[in-house]
Design a protein around this ligand. Structure first.
Ligand code: FRU
Length: 557
């Protein structure tokens, strides 16, 4: 692993990712502008005013590139264009321009681990063992135990989606290719410098167009054991509970340290003089494996220049909604980051296109408390579309299931429930589309759970999110302040102070389903907001706060 030399002088002003509110857009599901039941880029443009009013500082667009859609755009057939389903390259340029006019940064999805099997690179690569792209993907001969006519995969690696062999036989080459995800997503060969150069050119193409950064997909998989040894069997695997992928412990098929060097190469592109007139940033997607999440996050900050890169922090998706693990994490993580390098930007995701929605995971009260917590934590905060109105997972009838992760499993829901169309109004298709059918069904609660209904309701999720976002945008201590975890002496409470210059805020969170009396031991001057619309808090002059079940509150001086 490379370490940062801290040679870059510390910036004198704050970089845009510090404190930024980033809104994740799943382009299929924001707004359909042409009545085909699928969201598109002109649809996104038409909703930029909404996002500006909500208070977001940046958007991350999930893939909109030409794709056979085997994995809904994460199988890319051309890295430098727009799928006609989503619009044109001109629409994309317009989107970047219109976003900039509203002071909204644009991050796009970079998917380096795999392309589509329909990408011209792969079509060429699969033809022979000696064409110019022959070594651009991960090709291997059959296992030596194979018998004539019965090629066996080179090792036991399995793919994320089916938990079956990650190797696919190609008769033209008499070799297998590796697909860590879908069979239609062949893994690019990152040990080949030509591949790395090609991906860097892709970045340059989009940076030239004006994007402010990248969300980099599935980065653990770009570096594998160079000897391609088997993954060990996972002794803790429970076939009744666990998905098949958990059968093995994936110590060889992904997560090798070369990933840091490869990602550093990408980070260097962001520093190139041609692009340095704007601050660019990338956020890498790697879920910490079992064990020490803090160490896993720190390895990325140490390995890739934190001036331009940060790993996603997935604790908001992974930790139980309990005080103790959160208290411990906040204390250890922020302390470690601070001592590592002041340039490090935390990046908290509490929802995304792969995980059950916050309200469905945590329940309504805790989801509101989690929103208050997320929007008062340091660094980038990633809000998945629809979370701001409290959207829930939508049950998908078996015959309407789309997600490749779910297909083949008769109970399969996969990731469709959290990808359903945004609920804008109580009208036709929730204001998402004029078509009679939408690519996934609209949530059954859309008549009451929608932007229009929530906008003027002081008790709504929308009002809570909008209030919190406005505060984050106004108050320097919420954007830039250090987080100091309080000793509250109660097992169900977490509290922290965010302070910057002479401004500070105090956050108190009750993780239990019971009311709790909290004596924070710091001055609580002005009560600002509670996650619970029934709260009846006043300024904390006497230093004691009665917190309702699952309530989070914010005070300031
Ligand atoms: C995150 C993800 C998935 C996608 C996979 C492969 O893990 O973005 O949504 O299916 O990576 O690209």
């Amino acid at each position: 692993m490379t370490t940062n030399q801290h040679t870059t002088p510390l910036p004198t002003t704050h970089r845009w990712p510090e404190g930024a509110i980033v809104y994740q857009i799943y382009p299929r599901s924001i707004q359909d502008s042409n009545g085909d039941g699928i969201g598109d880029l002109p649809g996104v443009i038409s909703r930029l005013d909404y996002l500006q009013e909500l208070g977001v500082n940046a958007i991350w667009l999930s893939p909109f590139y030409p794709s056979p859609m085997a994995d809904f755009g994460y199988d890319i057939a051309d890295y430098c264009d727009v799928d006609p389903m989503f619009g044109t390259l001109d629409d994309c340029k317009r989107l970047i321009h219109e976003a900039e006019a509203r002071h909204i940064k644009v991050m796009i999805d970079l998917v380096p681990n795999h392309s589509s099997n329909e990408h011209p690179w792969f079509k060429e690569s699969r033809q022979s063992r000696d064409n110019p792209k022959a070594n651009w993907y991960v090709w291997k001969d059959p296992h030596p135990d194979s018998t004539p006519g019965h090629p066996l995969p080179p090792n036991n690696w399995i793919d994320v989606f089916t938990g079956k062999s990650a190797w696919e036989w190609v008769p033209e080459r008499k070799q297998f290719y590796l697909h860590s995800f879908h069979v239609a997503q062949p893994d690019l060969n990152w040990s080949n410098s030509e591949v790395r150069a090609a991906v860097k050119d892709v970045m340059r193409f989009w940076l030239d167009m004006g994007v402010d950064g990248f969300r980099v997909d599935a980065v653990y998989w770009i570096a594998k054991d160079p000897f391609f040894r088997n993954d060990p069997v996972n002794p803790a695997f429970d076939p009744k509970e666990d998905e098949r992928y958990k059968m093995l412990t994936h110590v060889n098929s992904c997560g090798w340290p070369a990933a840091y060097a490869y990602l550093s190469e990408l980070a260097h592109v962001l520093h190139e003089p041609a692009f340095a007139q704007k601050e660019r940033f990338m956020v890498t997607e790697a879920y910490p494996k079992d064990g020490d999440a803090v160490a896993a996050y720190l390895a990325f900050y140490e390995g890739i220049d934190p001036q331009v890169a940060a790993p996603f922090n997935f604790q908001g998706l992974m930790l139980r909604w309990e005080a103790e693990p959160w208290r411990r994490f906040l204390r250890v993580f922020h302390h470690a980051l601070e001592s590592l390098n002041p340039l490090c930007v935390p990046s908290y995701a509490f929802g995304n296109h792969d995980k059950s929605r916050m309200v469905s995971r945590l329940g309504e009260k805790a989801a509101r408390a989690a929103a208050l917590m997320q929007l008062t934590l340091p660094g980038m905060v990633f809000v998945y579309y629809g979370e701001e109105i409290g959207m829930r997972d939508v049950p998908i009838p078996v015959d309407l299931v789309q997600d490749p992760e779910a297909l083949g499993d008769p109970q399969g829901q996969g990731r469709d429930p959290e990808r359903t169309p945004m609920q804008w109004t109580p009208g036709h298709q929730a204001g998402f589309s004029t078509s009679t059918e939408t690519w996934l069904p609209i949530g059954p609660d859309y008549k009451t759970l929608n932007v229009e209904a929530e906008k003027d309701d002081p008790r709504s999720f929308y009002t809570l999110y909008r209030t919190l976002m406005a505060l984050r945008n106004e108050r320097e201590s919420l954007r830039y302040g250090f987080v100091q975890v309080l000793e509250l002496g109660h097992p169900d409470l977490v509290g922290y102070v965010r302070s910057y210059k002479d401004e500070y805020h105090v956050v108190l969170i009750n993780f239990s389903d019971q009311p709790v009396t909290c004596v924070p031991g710091v001055k609580l001057h002005k009560f600002v907001v509670s996650s619970n619309p029934d709260a009846n808090l006043t300024d904390g002059a006497n230093g004691t706060v009665e917190l309702l079940p699952y309530e989070a509150v914010l005070f300031t001086q």
